[in-house]
Design a protein around this ligand. Structure first.
Ligand SMILES: Cc1cc2nc3c(=O)[nH]c(=O)nc-3n(C[C@H](O)[C@H](O)[C@H](O)COP(=O)(O)OP(=O)(O)OC[C@H]3O[C@@H](n4cnc5c(N)ncnc54)[C@H](O)[C@@H]3O)c2cc1C
Length: 518
């Protein structure tokens, strides 16, 4: 398969990018692949909304910029913060023109508040903003005849000079596995875009869906692309406990924004002891406080007391949360919601410039898999959908311009090698993959999670070596499957996270090594 642009991933970033390119330049052929169906992504589960300044009587760009810089704990790139905050308004308007609906009140966008924000500025669609965005973008993308959509196709590896034997120092597309037939296809492309989302599945409890296994990060690592701030994993303070059908459901920060209070199981409010903003303190502080309470009291969770919210308001604003709580016999706002922190968002990722370009020519990274400098050491709530919109737009315009520049001749793309399947011996070790994923998640949660220690990181590295060796054996000896691809990527990202954590010598934002506490 040969195309002008290959987009890998169909969340908000991939969809927005592809729509923008197709609108701007209908002569370009775009192929979009998605690991599952087009809908399944982190985007789909976003509840809170998009942070964007709309009410200029009370709010201002400067306030949003300041809130982002404070949450980022000194790690943000201020220039990036400024342009993302300022360009966000236009991008949200565009999203509305493309068909997304957001809640309104008196003909104005209805705004909510989340932790770390000094004003109400979260644009939302009830508590299912991501689903609304994702569905409207999918509807829109299907109207373009120059975009081919390949569901159930998974990135295996990026095609680089390593495969072609050339020296253009570019990315030339990707090897992709079809999940159903388990065949490997070569898709050559002048421009390749990674929009593969995060890697929450590295941890035992995560708000991310099962497909968030860091595949884009793993492939970029193998292609020797520079990656930054990988240890900066944001744990969302409030995920529903226990899991529902193996998945951890998020209780949006907007619930605390509307007045819900965090209490120990014995009913004591505790966030006032940790931060002046109490329940609405930055996420890292709330998540650590909850984890500490859980450790101290040896309980499984703490509780979110929602009695400050009326029955009607809760039903109106948080219908999905109510529905999911009811699945485990909890009826908010009357009943308190049992909550624990869960891995939620990768602040770090593939290093990109202001236009989403990575250091490998022809390769872009957008959305959660990228590191733009917006979030620094900690993401401000609802800034990630915003980042995806702004950077997808910038990357789209930039890649159209890049296509006009000199590229390797078409003949070169035609002759890129097919995937070399190793001679495999048997499939007998395939059943071990699920077990190994769990082992890895347990290790990362215990030693590379909310609380780290220097000794714990050394132990994690040693244990990971064994998992790596076993994964390599399976990779070499078996026919390549989706499960092997995912495990291989998870191990690569875990390795990077441990090594980069060892290099960090002070605590910042979400990164917390207990040995560095004075
Ligand atoms: C429960 C939850 C609530 C959230 N709430 C908010 C919120 O209110 N506001 C906010 O700003 N942010 C929120 N976030 C974060 C935000 O949703 C994500 O950061 C954002 O949606 C990421 O978009 P993306 O396009 O980069 O990736 P995703 O939406 O995760 O999409 C990734 C895509 O890549 C595909 N993919 C992955 N690996 C491969 C592969 N190997 N081959 C092919 N395709 C692949 C996936 O199938 C998917 O289509 C939330 C996240 C979660 C999980």
């Amino acid at each position: 398969m040969d195309t002008n642009i290959l987009v890998i991933g169909s969340g908000i970033s991939g969809l927005t990018y592809a729509i923008k390119v197709a609108e701007q330049n209908p002569s370009l052929e775009i192929v979009m692949i998605s690991k599952n169906n087009l809908l399944e992504s982190n985007t789909r589960y976003a509840q809170g909304g998009i942070a964007v300044v709309s009410n200029f009587e009370k709010d201002s760009f400067d306030k949003h910029i300041e809130d982002t810089l404070i949450a980022g704990a000194g790690g943000c790139d201020e220039e990036v913060v400024r342009f993302v905050v300022k360009e966000g308004r236009k991008r949200v308007k565009e999203l509305i023109q493309w068909g997304a609906h957001f809640d309104t009140q008196s003909n104005e966008l209805h705004l909510t508040k989340e932790g770390g924000h000094s004003e109400k500025r979260i644009v939302h669609h009830k508590d299912k903003t991501g689903l609304e965005i994702q569905q409207s973008l999918i509807k829109k993308i299907k109207t373009f005849s120059n975009i081919s959509l390949l569901e159930n196709h998974t990135l295996v590896d990026l095609i680089t000079d390593h495969h072609s034997g050339s020296n253009y120092k570019r990315c030339y597309g990707a090897y992709v596995i079809s999940n159903l037939e388990q065949e490997i296809i070569k898709i050559s492309a002048q421009i390749t875009v990674l929009s593969t989302g995060g890697a929450g599945q590295l941890f035992s409890h995560t708000t991310n869906p099962k497909n968030a296994t860091g595949d884009g990060l793993g492939a970029a690592y193998r292609a020797k692309v520079f990656m930054e701030k990988i240890p900066f994993v944001q744990f969302h303070p409030t995920a529903l406990f226990p899991k529902i059908k193996g998945n951890t459901f998020l209780i949006s920060e907007a619930v605390r924004g509307e007045g819900a209070l965090l209490k120990s199981l014995s009913g004591k409010r505790f966030m006032t002891e940790y931060h002046e903003k109490a329940e609405l303190a930055p996420r890292d502080i709330v998540a650590r406080a909850i984890a500490e309470m859980v450790n101290q009291s040896r309980a499984d969770c703490v509780q979110l007391d929602c009695q400050a919210i009326s029955e009607k308001d809760f039903e109106n604003q948080f219908p999905t949360i109510k529905e999911n709580c009811q699945k485990i016999g909890i009826n908010p706002p009357k009943d308190p919601i049992p909550v624990i922190p869960a891995a939620h968002y990768f602040c770090g990722g593939i290093s990109v410039n202001h236009y989403g370009e990575t250091q490998l020519k022809g390769l872009y990274a957008i959305g959660e898999c990228s590191y733009t400098g917006l979030h620094g050491a900690n993401r401000l709530a609802s800034n990630s959908l915003l980042e995806s919109l702004v950077f997808s737009h910038r990357a789209a315009l930039n890649s159209i311009a890049q296509m006009r520049k000199t590229l390797p001749p078409q003949d070169f793309y035609d002759h890129l090698p097919e995937w070399k399947e190793e001679h495999y011996i048997s499939n007998e070790k395939i059943s071990a993959i699920g077990k190994m994923k769990k082992q890895l998640q347990k290790l990362m949660t215990a030693k590379v999670g909310i609380f780290k220690t220097s000794q714990g990181l050394i132990e994690a590295e040693m244990e990971l070596k064994n998992i790596f060796k076993e994964t390599q054996d399976i990779y070499r000896q078996n026919k390549l499957t989706l499960g092997i691809c995912e495990l291989r990527n998870m191990v690569s990202v875990a390795y990077l996270m441990i090594k980069q954590s060892q290099d960090l010598k002070k605590n910042m934002g979400v990164f917390y090594n207990q040995d560095y506490v004075e």
